[in-house]
Design a protein around this ligand. Structure first.
Ligand code: DHB
Ligand code: FE
Length: 286
């Protein structure tokens, strides 16, 4: 049986990818941002997940105003790094897991989540930067990746509650896949940032850390944060954090944090990163 063994969340700031690709991670500005991922790189090398279900958003690379799926699942054999204006990042091709992806698509749709199924899609910094932060610079990514793309770019994005429920449904889908696979779920984006308008550069350290606090333990308070609170407290792009709630929902009732990192400044965004493991408590029915 496939098992979800851990959840990982991270910002996906494109400049972190550029710093990696250009060998600048030891520079004074970038070093503290990357330092918080060293623990995770070592841990991932031990964990060796077979598959990462990677919840991210496309930033007008594969989708644009013509097509805006709220929730999409990548079922392809492979996904090429997208050209975001400077040529595709020179990172490995992302290999999918079509059998598990189609199983999850079927399970989610019969579970009443109307997923868009994608068989051809280039993946941008939203997906490739988290891979670099967790796995470094290998010749091949060490895990298969099932992309789950969430619309957080064009209003209206899905609610945090719906994202959490999608995570719960992903957990049911994975648990019903017969093959023995070590599966992680990653949520990406955030934390507080606004890239545009008069409030560009907004960071809210206190709010971000309270959000990190509430990913741990058995509270489900985060699922009830309304869009307007993300917008007001964390800037126009802070809404990306609803994608972390897909990850959190997939971990079940209670979690324990294994590692946590928060750093400002890095580009325009507060870097947030957490590694969670699901824990089953006495009385849990799952
Ligand atoms: C930045 C952050 C993002 O999440 C993104 O998608 C693009 C840019 C930034 O801080 O520069
Ligand atoms: Fe983003």
């Amino acid at each position: 049986m496939a098992r979800i063994t851990a959840g990982v969340a991270t910002s996906h700031i494109p400049a972190l990818g550029v710093a990696t690709d250009l060998g600048k991670t030891e520079e004074a500005y970038w070093k503290p941002a990357f330092a918080g991922y060293e623990w995770t790189k070592a841990w991932e090398a031990e964990q060796k997940p077979d598959v990462v279900i990677l919840v991210y958003n496309d930033h007008a690379s594969a989708f644009d105003m013509r097509v805006i799926p709220t929730f999409a699942i990548g079922c392809a054999e492979e996904f090429q790094p997208a050209d975001e204006g400077w040529g595709p990042r020179k990172v490995p091709v992302v290999h999918g897991h079509p059998d598990l992806a189609w199983h999850i698509a079927q399970s989610l749709i019969l579970d009443e989540f109307d997923m868009t199924i994608i068989n051809e899609m280039d993946v941008d910094h939203g997906l490739t930067v988290p891979l670099s932060m967790m796995f470094g610079q290998p010749d091949q990514w060490p895990a298969k990746v099932i992309p789950i793309a969430v619309n957080v770019v064009t209003y209206p994005p899905p609610s945090g509650n719906r994202c959490w429920a999608l995570g719960e449904a992903i957990a049911r889908a994975v648990a019903s896949f017969p093959e023995d696979l070590n599966v992680q779920v990653w949520g990406t984006g955030g934390m507080s940032h606004q890239l545009q308008g008069p409030r560009a550069g907004l960071i809210n350290t206190e709010w971000d850390n309270r959000f990190l606090d509430r990913l741990e333990g058995n509270t489900d308070a985060l699922r009830h944060i309304p869009h307007i609170e993300y917008l007001r407290e964390t800037g126009s792009e802070g809404i990306e954090m609803v994608m972390w709630l897909v990850m959190r929902g997939a971990l079940g009732r209670t979690t324990r944090a294994l590692h946590r990192h928060y750093h400002v400044p890095a580009s325009n965004t507060a870097v947030g990163h957490i590694v969670l493991e699901p824990i089953t408590e006495l009385g849990d029915t799952e």
